[in-house]
Design a protein around this ligand. Structure first.
Ligand code: SF4
Length: 411
């Protein structure tokens, strides 16, 4: 048969073919019944065999296609799901005792805290930090409270899309580093003559000067769209002539005959500059510096003190409920401890308890919880309310949440 079109056959089309084949097979059956010559019957039977085989194969295709379709619906934007809990996604966990990068079914939990109190949380199926920030901020705004002035998070959340969302859409200040933030401050980076950050830039004529003294001039604009539909715009610069350059092997991996090209994303560069300025500012820098002491303890209490290391339920909604109770316990524990401390010798010295309740701190914890045999990864972010110090934290935690009943060692 020749293909009439390149598109895959739909289930309905395949069912139609099966019906046609049934008719054909029926015709053969009739012929066999009415035929009285043995050799003729044998010939018809062998002809019928082909139709029967095709029919069998098509039915198999239909069953599989239907299964794939329902699987794809379950996947959604994910690339996997757990058979025992379709809401859980397979993720690479922080703890990898086997050192083989195995994936485990888990959830990505984000928590907002202040003064080590859990204030808002949500559960996400995607393990990528950068892609959970915006939906979590939406959740906070829709279901919890107004966002604070500053949004503090660590490098895992620093992306052009997140900065743009926080600055332009929400009119807040992101105190979020980006992946290269620490690296850029290192001597090695600053002394790297081949990194464009260290090249001289001529603003009037829009060109850089490379270590060999040649001009790397603007050529054209280029756009890149990521798989989630976010578009980045780059200015592409190209060296006038890299041919015969003695530094070439140190400078570029471009194919022989091609000149070195550099891609500059102006928006990203200005966002990075903005963040650097904010982080070097005394007030906002201090806020960012405090982020570690706010969100981490909430998870510390949850795991180490309450022993909540695995989920005991399956399904996103149930997991959310269980988490809600767990975080409530964390808060009550913290509140009780605070009350006890305040009624004793620390009453007049609230700083000693590590938390200042005069302001609200919201933190986000990004957490991958294992479903059955999994260990989670936790990232924390923190905020602070309008006019108050804020912290947005990101950290990695280990956690075991399982759907299996807990048992004592050795039992
Ligand atoms: S390879 Fe090209 S861009 Fe790099 S130093 Fe040499 S001339 Fe300059």
């Amino acid at each position: 048969m020749e293909l009439e079109n390149e598109e895959e056959l739909s289930v309905e089309e395949m069912k139609e073919i099966v019906e046609k084949l049934d008719e054909k097979i029926g015709e053969y059956d009739e012929k066999i019944e009415t035929c009285e010559v043995g050799s003729e019957r044998k010939k018809i039977r062998s002809e019928r065999k082909l139709s029967k085989q095709a029919r069998k194969q098509l039915i198999d295709f239909i069953t599989r296609k239907q299964k794939y379709q329902s699987d794809m619906e379950l996947f959604g934007e994910r690339n996997s799901y757990s058979k025992t809990d379709p809401d859980a996604t397979f993720m690479r966990m922080k703890d990898d005792y086997m050192k083989n990068g195995q994936l485990k079914a888990g959830y990505n939990v984000q928590l907002a805290t202040e003064g080590q109190y859990a204030l808002a949380y949500d559960v996400f199926p995607n393990p990528t930090d950068t892609r959970t920030l915006i939906p979590f901020l939406n959740t906070i705004e829709e279901s919890f409270f107004k966002l604070p002035d500053y949004i503090v998070a660590d490098a895992g959340y620093g992306s052009e899309q997140n900065y743009e969302d926080i600055i332009q859409k929400r009119n807040r200040t992101p105190l979020i580093t980006y992946n290269q933030y620490r690296k850029e401050k290192k001597k090695k980076h600053k002394n790297n003559a081949f990194h464009v950050d260290n090249w001289e830039y001529n603003e009037e004529e829009d060109f850089y000067q490379c270590p060999n003294g040649r001009n790397v001039s603007f050529r054209y604009y280029s756009k890149r769209k990521d798989r989630y539909g976010f578009t980045r715009e780059f200015k592409v610069y190209e060296c006038e002539d890299c041919l015969g350059c003695p530094l070439r092997h140190l400078c570029t991996k471009a194919k022989e005959g091609n000149n070195r090209k550099i891609y500059i994303n102006e928006k990203w560069e200005s966002q990075k500059e903005y963040v650097r300025t904010k982080l070097s500012d005394e007030k906002t820098g201090e806020i960012y510096g405090k982020r570690k002491i706010d969100v981490e303890p909430a998870f510390g209490f949850l795991k180490a003190n309450l022993g909540f290391t695995r989920f005991s339920v399956r399904g996103k909604e149930k997991v959310k409920n269980e988490l809600g109770f767990a975080f409530m316990a964390v808060n009550l524990r913290k509140y009780t401890a605070m009350n006890i401390i305040q009624t004793h010798e620390y009453r007049n010295n609230p700083k000693k308890n590590g938390s200042n309740h005069l302001f609200l701190v919201i933190g986000t914890i990004f957490h991958l919880f294992w479903l059955v045999m999994s260990q989670p990864l936790v990232n924390c972010i923190g905020f602070s309310p309008v006019g108050c110090p804020i912290r947005f934290q990101y950290s990695l935690h280990q956690k075991r949440l399982t759907s299996q009943p807990r048992s004592e060692p050795g039992t």
